[in-house]
Write a protein that binds this ligand. Structure first.
Ligand code: SF4
Ligand code: SF4
Length: 162
C-alpha cells in the first residue's frame, strides 16, 4: 500500500499510538515464508510476542462448538510484556523511540500500523477491518507452529545463564 505517514502531524503528537500499544501482524506482512525456523528467529530477537484471543474467532456461540480454545497471533513486543506468550493490555511498542519514532520502514510495519491513518485532531483512525481478530484469523493455519516456536524460545531463555 501507499505510504501514509504524516510526519507533520505525528511529530507534534510524539507517537501516542506507539506509546500505548503495538501492531498485530498477519503472516503476509513478512517477505519470508512462514516456517518454524522463521518464527523462532523473529521471537529470538525479542521484538515480537505471541498474543491471543480467547475462543475461536471463526465461530460465534450460535455456530456451535468452537474448535480453538485460544487463537494465537504475532504482534510487536511491548516494553511491559512478561514473556513470549503475553496477552497484552497496552504498553509502549519496543520498536518505538522518541528520537526516531518507529524503527521499521513503513513497508515492513505490521498491517495494523500501516493502516492507522494520522489525523491532525489526533483522533487517528485505525482501519476497523485490520483488527486483532482479523489478524488472529490469518494465523489460524500456523497455530501449532506459533506454539512450538514460543515454547522453544521460553525453554532456551529458561536455560540460558542470566
Ligand atoms: S498516527 Fe496518530 S496517534 Fe500515532 S503518532 Fe501519528 S498522530 Fe499520533
Ligand atoms: S511497529 Fe512501529 S508503527 Fe507499529 S506500533 Fe511499533 S513503533 Fe508504532
Amino acid at each position: 500500500m501507499k505510504n501514509n505517514e504524516k510526519p507533520s502531524i505525528c511529530s507534534i503528537c510524539k507517537g501516542k499510538c506507539c506509546q500505548s500499544a503495538s501492531g498485530y501482524t498477519i503472516p503476509t506482512d513478512f517477505q519470508e515464508e512462514t516456517t518454524l525456523h522463521f518464527l523462532i528467529s523473529l521471537l529470538e530477537s525479542g521484538n515480537w510476542s505471541i498474543d491471543w484471543l480467547e475462543g475461536d474467532p471463526r465461530y460465534s456461540i450460535r455456530d456451535g462448538e468452537p474448535k480453538l480454545n485460544r487463537c494465537y497471533a504475532l504482534r510487536v513486543a511491548r516494553v511491559n510484556d512478561t514473556g513470549v506468550f503475553t496477552k497484552s493490555f497496552g504498553g509502549a511498542c519496543v520498536l518505538w523511540s522518541l528520537e526516531k519514532g518507529c524503527s521499521l520502514p513503513f513497508e515492513n510495519r505490521p498491517i495494523e500500523c500501516r493502516f492507522l491513518k494520522p489525523i491532525r485532531s489526533m483522533s487517528c483512525k485505525s482501519n476497523g477491518k485490520y483488527s486483532k481478530e482479523y489478524c488472529a484469523k490469518r494465523w489460524i493455519p500456523y497455530q501449532d507452529m506459533l506454539i512450538e516456536a514460543g515454547h522453544r524460545i521460553e525453554k532456551s531463555r529458561t536455560h540460558s545463564p542470566s
